[in-house]
Design a protein around this ligand. Structure first.
Ligand SMILES: [Zn+2]
Length: 102
């Protein structure tokens, strides 16, 4: 896998604080040296910040949270390809109203 493709596939894991040790260092090192991946990382971080900022408005019931956490806990680790993540992002952007100033 190309270094950029590998980094892009791991950005979400990095931003969710799921990378450790050499994996984390490798992504940080690549993003430091690669303008395109540094930009992609900044965009994903901004997107996640917006989602997290909106999540306070949309609280899931406790039962739903527990069910989802159970599903996620037992799901195999899977990284969606970037084109699919872009589609998901567009869908969320269309479904949720823009935050004030966002
Ligand atoms: Zn790169």
């Amino acid at each position: 896998m190309e270094p950029c493709e590998e980094s892009r596939n791991r950005i979400f894991l990095y931003l969710d604080d799921e990378l450790r040790g050499a994996e984390r260092a490798a992504l940080e090192s690549h993003a430091h040296a690669c303008e395109a991946c540094r930009q992609a990382l900044a965009e994903e971080r901004s997107f996640l910040d917006q989602v997290r900022a909106r999540s306070a408005t949309y609280r899931a019931p406790k039962e739903l949270r527990l069910r989802v956490e159970g599903i996620v806990r037992h799901a195999p680790v899977c990284v969606a390809p970037s084109h699919l993540r872009s589609r998901i992002r567009r869908t969320i952007d269309q479904a949720l109203p823009r935050a004030a100033g966002g």
